[in-house]
Design a protein around this ligand. Structure first.
Ligand SMILES: [Zn+2]
Length: 310
């Protein structure tokens, strides 16, 4: 466990007392963005004044550029208080099953469902780190069919590999010392070679050891070492245990939290599920990522790096 992980609030009471005010939230953002002190994103200068006219905004003493502590995060230009953003990110990051817009509206006392819905949608969009590393080492991959519901229809239970009227999902799980690490899930149009090759190549690094069943679409993926298991009498959940467990958890989650997933926005729900799975042991990192800190913060400009080295 890292030092920042240990500093992360362990309970609602601790979180509430720590992030009770706008300035406490802004202070946290400042420390996470500029651990060595303010750095101007324009010129790399380190001297700045805190403006009185704009909330939590610094003006560079060298180039006059104004930088808000929320610039570059999902809170940028939001009218909602930082405390609301922090609470929403905390609830989303720590709830093992996620939280619906309606629950968020009730728990945070938000004036409208629309505000809660927008908050959820923005946080959910922050759930894919554009710079995430591909899966590597040993990876199990498989594909599945998810039943979906429409407004009035019950969930349709599908059968077989044909994709008519069903949602098709490809998945991969990275295995390290017999334990699952990170996962990927993607909506696909079919179980053909084109779709599954595209999924695997987008999800794993070069020279990954890929394990699948003997479905022919996985054959001859370039730069991947492939081991196809002929299942025969051996059940798939024994040959490919982790990807099967991921799929069954996904289906249970979809039924439990959303009463069956819908076709629209399915990829966003898959992203939310994967986000939570990949960060199940690092809630602190999940919280920071959701607020848009860290992953999207640009590295220090070159002059600053030189100055620190000197
Ligand atoms: Zn500057």
């Amino acid at each position: 466990m890292s030092a920042s992980e240990r500093r992360f609030p362990r309970s609602l009471i601790e979180f509430q007392s720590r992030f009770a005010t706008e300035s406490a939230c802004a202070q946290y953002l400042f420390e996470r963005r500029w651990p060595q002190g303010f750095v101007c994103p324009g010129c790399g200068g380190g001297r700045a004044w805190l403006l009185k006219s704009k909330a939590f905004t610094y003006e560079c003493a060298d180039c006059d550029r104004q930088t808000s502590v929320t610039a570059g995060t999902i809170m940028h230009a939001s009218k909602l208080p930082l405390t609301i953003w922090f609470w929403a990110a905390f609830l989303m990051a720590t709830h093992s099953n996620g939280i619906s817009a309606l629950q968020l509206q009730n728990q945070l006392g938000l004036g409208s469902y629309r505000t809660a819905w927008m908050l959820c949608a923005k946080l959910r969009r922050a759930m894919v780190n554009p710079e995430r590393e591909p899966l590597s080492g040993l990876v199990e991959a498989d594909e599945t069919i998810i039943p979906f519901r429409t407004k009035n229809d019950p969930v349709v239970m599908p059968a077989g590999r044909s994709g008519i009227g069903k949602m098709l999902v490809a998945g991969a799980v990275e295995i390290d010392s017999g334990k699952p690490r990170r996962a990927r899930l993607k909506v696909i149009e079919g179980f053909g070679k084109h779709e599954l090759h595209a999924f695997v190549l987008g999800a794993v690094a070069l020279q990954t050891r890929l394990v699948t069943d003997d479905w022919p679409s996985y054959r001859n993926i370039p730069a991947v070492r492939h081991n196809a298991i002929t299942l025969g009498p051996m059940a798939a959940h024994i040959a490919l245990p982790w990807i099967h467990r991921l799929f069954s958890n996904l289906k249970r989650w979809g039924l439990g939290v959303y009463h069956g997933l819908r076709k629209t926005n399915l990829q966003h729900y898959l992203d939310e599920f994967v986000f939570r799975f990949n960060r199940r042991r690092t809630r602190h990192a999940a919280f920071d990522t959701l607020l848009g800190i860290g992953a999207r913060t640009a590295p220090a400009p070159y002059p600053v790096l030189i100055r620190k080295a000197a």
